[in-house]
Design a protein around this ligand. Structure first.
Ligand SMILES: Nc1ncnc2c1ncn2[C@@H]1O[C@H](COP(=O)(O)OP(=O)(O)OP(=O)(O)O)[C@@H](O)[C@H]1O
Length: 320
């Protein structure tokens, strides 16, 4: 792994009037990893990505991409960097391939073989002769990745690449990011969905209102996550709640019944207790995953204070 970080941002701030879009964030992305910038709406993710592309400048702090800064290298910072902020834009009346040819032309042109290659990478070979106007949203996103790949980047930056995609589109995008990572590309992506990043990112920075609330590996984050939550509905929720408390389970009442946290074994035992007490089960379902629960605890502490009692808001400098 290279000594030089793909991205080395230190203490970046950006203030708009009375809104602190970035309140001094530091992010380090090692070359070759898939890195997630995660946070709810308004956390500051896009502001950070815009800075990477030089679309906005920080009020203070430093930002280096492969050891280069805007101050010392100007537009040269973007050498080896490609990607898109929000959704990629194409001519809808032209085919996917024609759009790529036009974009490549703006960068000095490329070979038909290279266009074939990037279309193959994003799995659009079959649809390359169709007009982009007829593409699904997911296909357009993948064409955006293809357009980025034409620049042969070392770092690919994707802003909420799975946003607005249906489950099949999310699956395809996830597979694409994994393929790109396997080829050695560094990928920096933003998301508001923990479920989306937990299977594709090595490390994450979790942000809330311009601040970093966690940075480190997904593996370390997983260790701090609370037990899986289940939703339980019965014919007598009062009695079921008492049984859960008797087993020392973390239980809260919800409109639909009970939310109970615990390992699968302990939940199984509770269900057996409930049925054994002559109470009928009306529903048993998995709630958010442990990592999703931790994400909400970190990013919405006001509404997750009870759950936070059992977890440590994390900041971990897990970069080697
Ligand atoms: N040009 C701007 N002028 C004023 N406020 C801005 C501007 N750009 C961003 N902000 C504010 O900065 C905060 C962070 O915005 P940003 O778009 O970076 O968040 P985000 O995490 O990307 O969220 P989203 O997913 O909603 O885009 C928000 O409160 C936003 O309203």
């Amino acid at each position: 792994m290279s000594e030089v970080l793909a991205v080395d941002a230190a203490d970046l701030t950006k203030i708009y009037g009375n809104v602190t879009a970035l309140g001094g964030i530091s992010v380090q992305v090692a070359e070759g990893e898939v890195y997630g910038i995660l946070g709810p709406n308004g956390a500051g993710k896009t502001t950070f990505l815009r800075m990477l592309f030089g679309l906005i400048r920080p009020d203070s702090g430093t930002l280096q991409v492969f050891g280069r800064s805007w101050e010392s290298h100007g537009i040269g910072v973007l050498e080896g960097v490609a990607g898109f902020i929000e959704s990629p834009k194409f001519y809808p009346g032209l085919t996917g391939r024609k759009n790529l040819e036009l974009l490549a032309g703006l960068d000095g042109g490329t070979t038909p073989t290279r266009i074939d290659e990037v279309l193959d990478t994003v799995d659009l070979t079959e649809r390359q002769r169709r007009k982009v106007g007829g593409y699904s949203f997911g296909m357009r996103q993948r064409l955006g990745v293809a357009a980025s790949l034409l620049r042969d980047p070392r770092l690919l930056v994707l802003d909420e690449p799975a946003n607005g995609l249906d489950p099949a589109g999310i699956r395809d995008m996830r597979a694409l990011v994994k393929r790109l990572a396997a080829s050695g590309l560094t990928v920096l992506l933003s998301s508001h969905d923990m479920g989306e990043v937990e299977h594709i990112c090595d490390d994450v920075t979790i942000m809330r209102t311009g601040s970093v609330v966690y940075h480190g590996s997904i593996a370390a984050l997983r260790e701090q996550a609370p037990a899986q939550a289940h939703r339980i509905a019965t014919t007598d929720d009062d009695a079921a709640e008492k049984l859960a408390r008797a087993r020392d389970l973390d239980v809260t009442r919800t409109e639909e019944g009970l939310a109970v946290r615990g390992t699968q074994d302990r939940i199984d035992s509770l269900v057996a207790d409930i049925v054994g007490a002559g109470i009928a089960m009306r529903g048993l379902s998995l709630d958010e995953t442990p990592l999703e629960a931790l994400f909400f605890m970190l990013t919405e502490p006001a509404t997750h204070t009870a759950a936070l009692d059992g977890a440590t808001p994390a900041t971990s400098g897990a970069h080697q």
